[in-house]
Design a binder for this molecule. Structure first.
Ligand SMILES: Cc1ncc(COP(=O)(O)O)c(C=O)c1O
Length: 398
């Protein structure tokens, strides 16, 4: 693996905040006492997620049913799960039930491995890769940094500006790209990603593309004149190329399908890597009911088409509503991201109005920010958000 250091000395290493054993944290080989002082190294931030409505219930004393929960980027009108036959609950899950093939076909990928949410792969995959320097967005999905650090990698946080540079992967062994990124909504084109993949794989590295939010973005048959797409209409998914050595694509059933509780996702990669991952994860990690529902959702093309169109419209409606209130969101169909120095105050003011959002601290070159998911397809919910935004912004201005 290359030792060329292109990026500044920003490896997060400290175990002070994570509470991890030092030998589980990347870049924390004990420093001999004779060395000169080491430069300050930012710690890996604690993992936080949206969807923690019960924390809001406790903190503000407002019952769960009285909140408009926009704290995730999950489709609020998810796939309608039917009653399942009794044997789906009673039998052990069958690995050869066709789900892997159905997923591969749905994503246009050569091979797929069902996993208990893409989260399961995020936690396991780092142990299968040769330890090295792993680049990932400073403001992104917060599970990657601890997962790689615990597997002995050195985490290199990247700014949003870094992702605009063609030479991003110089000095890196592996790169994680969430595409589109959560929460900044940055969408990178396939040719950029393929260039980085070629450079990394030539020296034995791996490009991991997390496409958890890609289903809402890909074009067919979304971008019709009657249902214009929010996203740049380009084929950004690398699913079709995912059997190349050194390339891994992750897909989730949680976001577009609105089935986060199902705990089902897919790894798209070359068969040998999928076999190694399956070996690590063991039998029956995806439950029988989850497998049955995922098969229905992945093959329901009429629901896909209707949902693409509906999410595109709703995503634009959210972006416009935020702009009407003087905010400047960056949007994709499933959420809008609002970078603003007033993010914490706005989060608080919206919470007082019963609207729960996800607050992000400043990270990399991003200021503090809020992410707002879509309200459900119900005018009363949208009007409530409109009123809450007006009240929250009045409160900030007073
Ligand atoms: C970017 C990203 N990747 C992966 C996940 C994990 O999704 P799941 O485990 O439900 O597939 C999330 C969940 O929020 C996410 O935001």
């Amino acid at each position: 693996m290359t030792n060329a250091v292109k990026h500044p000395a920003i490896e997060p290493a400290a175990n002070r905040d994570t509470g991890l054993a030092p030998d589980l944290v990347a870049g924390v080989a004990p420093v001999p006492s004779t060395t000169s002082p080491t430069p300050a190294i930012p710690p890996i931030p604690p993992i936080r997620h949206g969807g923690n409505l019960l924390a809001a219930v406790r903190r503000y004393g407002r019952p769960a049913a009285a909140w408009l929960d926009l704290s995730t980027g999950i489709n609020p009108d998810g796939y309608p799960v039917p009653l399942l036959p009794a044997d789906v609950w009673q039998r052990l899950p069958q690995d050869n039930d066709g789900l892997a093939e159905i997923a591969a076909q749905a994503y246009g990928a050569p091979h797929a491995l069902p996993v208990a949410g893409s989260q399961a792969a995020i936690r396991t995959l780092p142990r299968l890769l040769a330890p090295g320097r792993v680049g990932m967005a400073a403001l992104g999905y917060s599970e990657y940094a601890p997962a790689f650090a615990q597997a002995g990698h050195t985490v290199v946080p990247l700014t949003e500006a870094d992702f605009a540079h063609d030479n991003l992967v110089e000095g890196l062994d592996h790169l994680v790209v969430v595409n589109p990124n959560n929460p900044t909504a940055r969408l990178l084109p396939a040719d950029t990603l393929l260039r980085w993949h070629a450079q990394l794989s030539a020296r034995g590295g791996t490009l991991i593309i997390d496409e958890a939010f890609m289903d809402g973005v890909v074009t067919p048959p979304l971008a019709t004149p009657s249902a214009p797409s929010l996203a740049t209409p380009l084929a950004a998914s690398l699913a079709a190329r995912a059997d190349a050595p050194g390339l891994v694509v992750l897909r989730s059933i949680g976001k577009f399908y609105g089935l986060a509780g199902l705990r089902c996702g897919f790894v798209l990669a070359a068969p040998d890597l999928l076999a190694a991952l399956a070996e690590q994860l063991g039998h029956w990690t995806v439950s029988g009911p989850a497998r049955a529902v995922a098969q229905l959702a992945l093959t329901d093309t009429a629901w896909h088409a209707a949902t693409w169109a509906r999410l595109a419209t709703a995503g634009q409606r959210l972006a416009m509503l935020l702009r009407d209130h003087g905010l400047t969101p960056v949007s994709q169909p499933l959420f809008s991201w609002v970078p603003t120095p007033h993010a914490a105050a706005l989060h608080e003011a919206l919470a007082r109005e019963g609207v729960w959002t996800r607050l992000f601290d400043a990270a990399g070159d991003c200021p503090p920010s809020l992410r707002l998911g879509l309200p459900p397809d119900d005018d009363a919910a949208w009007q409530r958000l409109d009123r809450a935004l007006a009240a929250a912004i009045r409160a900030l201005e007073s």
